[in-house]
Design a protein around this ligand. Structure first.
Ligand code: BJW
Length: 248
């Protein structure tokens, strides 16, 4: 039986032969759950702000109440959203391989909610509060500007802002997964933000077969395959084509 038309047969073959798979996801994977991507226009109150001007320590220290307001708005929006068919397909894909690492730039916990297991949350967690002084287990309060109940310093969202280092474990696990994998899929990311955007090149240089899934592909030269389409449609097709070929 022939595979699905959207999925190149050679990619299905590469996946069928693979033992280790790494997937990098970006905001596009959550778009079909109703979570706005970063580089599309934001809605309502926030439409005139670029994330780059809010997601920095400088912006936070200049006006913590304002930056917290943006994050609370996003927490409320994400809390109402549910994993979509793309998240669920990645959970199914994970079950097909000995080693599977899902590196997500998303901070929305939707891969966890969808059931994925081996997840690297590269840019942190939208719902975590952390103390800017580094208290291990900061106690939050609900004030407009929350302060740490241990040390009195400001609390901030537990995400990685521009100019901040990626947590060491996340960087180590994702670089290792990209270097070791046989196939790497990059899904729903504009590949503009480093070091995450460098992982697909690392995988390709290390010998992996690489594929991009995006309705507006970046056209990066490191990709062997480019599938133009929404992840909520393409990822289930990919899983179906893999299962179909392994059933034959
Ligand atoms: C669909 C779809 C559908 C739509 N289906 N797809 C070179 C090397 C290293 C660093 C740099 C470098 N050059 C510059 C830097 C610095 C900087 C950087 O990369 N800047 C660039 C803008 C140029 N990087 C950093 O600062 C990083 N840190 C760092 O480098 O540290 C160095 C250091 C070392 C030691 C000590 C100190 C420092 C940190 C970057 C942190 C990024 N953080 C953010 C915010 C997180 C918090 C929050 O959520 O508020 O992360 S920015 C934002 O961009 C967010 C995202 O994770 C990230 C990536 O965005 P993503 O996911 O690609 O989304 P979009 O919107 O761009 O794209 C969506 C895509 O989906 C589109 O392509 C659509 O077509 C597609 N799509 N619908 C599938 N249905």
């Amino acid at each position: 039986m022939q595979g699905s038309t959207a999925i190149p047969e050679a990619l299905t073959e590469a996946l069928r032969a693979a033992r280790r798979v790494c997937v990098l996801t970006g905001a596009g994977v959550s778009a079909e759950s109703g979570v706005p991507t970063f580089r599309e226009a934001q809605t309502g109150l926030w439409e005139k702000y670029r994330p780059e001007s809010l997601a920095t320590m400088e912006a936070f220290l200049a006006d913590p109440a304002f930056v917290w307001k943006w994050y609370r708005w996003r927490r409320e929006l994400v809390a109402k959203s549910r994993p979509n068919a793309g998240h669920i397909a990645l959970t199914e894909l994970e079950r097909c391989f000995d080693e599977f690492t899902l590196v997500t730039q998303n901070v929305d916990r939707l891969h966890r909610a969808g059931g994925s297991q081996n997840i690297v949350e590269f840019h942190g967690d939208l719902f975590a509060d952390i103390c800017i002084a580094g208290c291990a287990d900061p106690a939050a309060n609900d004030d407009e500007i929350p302060y740490c109940n241990h040390c009195g310093n400001l609390l901030r969202p537990g995400v990685v802002w521009f100019g901040e280092a990626i947590p060491q474990q996340a960087l180590y696990r994702s670089s290792e997964a990209a270097e070791r994998c046989d196939v790497m899929l990059c899904v729903g990311t504009s590949s503009q933000v480093y070091p995450a955007a460098g992982l697909s090149g690392l995988a390709r240089r290390s010998g992996a077969v690489t594929a991009e899934i995006n309705p507006e592909p970046t056209g990066g030269p490191e990709f062997n395959f480019v599938i133009a389409g929404q992840s909520g449609l393409i990822l289930p097709e990919l899983v179906a084509s893999l299962k179909q070929s392994s059933d034959e």
